[in-house]
Design a protein around this ligand. Structure first.
Ligand SMILES: Nc1nc2c(ncn2[C@@H]2O[C@H](COP(=O)(O)OP(=O)(O)O)[C@@H](O)[C@H]2O)c(=O)[nH]1
Ligand SMILES: [Mg+2]
Length: 231
């Protein structure tokens, strides 16, 4: 019998980072092994797929957070998630500073940040520097990523989603494996979260911040399934 405490059947990951760092390409690469060069979306997207982690099937939900400025800090998405993957581009110093700032906010003492509460403390975090294939354009030395992640208790990797380096799979698999604690109590219910993402139907808040895409097991990049993951 599976131990639910050590092997949750569902893991939720929020992928956060500046625009154009490769978040969408990374998620699609991880889930489908395919590379999509251009994948524009101004809304949060939710991907759902069953993946084997250490031989155990896990229902993985990944939210691709579209906003990337601190005015629209993704508090709700972070509180929804079991773990966060912060992505920056090694060719874009500003994107590294944004990822660092998000880590700073997540690690602020309790009550000093809206994102920091019992639901996020102890949350597994990973920092990933993407686009290492563009080393000639590099603006962020590896050691900077290493030191920031170490200071915040996050794991660190560099990868090239374009070149399909194995690091991105190791990074995601490690993050999933780190989600070992029982499902934490959530400030925002999943129902409310999904309701708001698909446009506020059945949701008194009527927040229309995005749409939900539930990917099939092997999504077709040009024709993602649009089955709403609403309850
Ligand atoms: N050279 C290179 N380009 C990448 C890599 N990953 C993503 N890109 C490109 O970066 C751009 C932004 O990617 P996207 O996934 O849309 O970024 P997002 O805005 O963070 O979701 C696209 O043109 C991608 O093709 C990478 O590893 N190397
Ligand atoms: Mg994107």
């Amino acid at each position: 019998m599976r131990d639910e405490r050590s092997s949750p059947s569902r893991v939720r990951i929020a992928v956060i980072g500046s625009s154009r760092v490769g978040k969408s390409a990374l998620i699609v690469r991880y889930l489908t092994r395919r590379y999509i060069g251009e994948y524009h979306s101004n809304t949060d997207l939710l991907y759902r797929q069953t993946v084997p982690i250490n031989g155990t099937p896990i229902e993985l939900e990944v939210i691709d957070v579209s906003g990337s400025n601190l005015d629209k800090f993704p508090t709700e998405q972070i509180q929804w998630a079991d773990a966060c993957l912060l992505v920056y581009s090694v060719t874009d110093r500003t994107s590294f500073e944004y990822a660092t700032e998000v880590l700073n906010i997540l690690k602020k003492p309790q009550n000093s940040s809206p994102a920091h509460n019992p639901a996020t403390s102890g949350m597994p975090l990973a920092l990933l520097g993407n686009k290492t294939d563009l080393d000639h354009l590099r603006q962020v030395p590896t050691k900077d990523g290493q030191s920031v992640s170490a200071a915040h208790g996050a794991s660190f990797s560099e990868a090239s989603v374009a070149d399909n380096t194995g690091d991105l799979y190791r990074c995601m698999d490690k993050l999933l494996a780190e989600v070992r604690t029982p499902q934490r109590s959530r400030k925002f219910s999943v129902t409310k979260m999904l309701g708001s993402l698909i446009g506020g139907q059945n949701n008194n808040n009527q927040t229309t911040r995005g749409s939900v895409v539930a990917c099939p097991r092997v999504p077709t990049p040009t024709r993602p399934a649009l089955a709403a993951a609403a309850p």
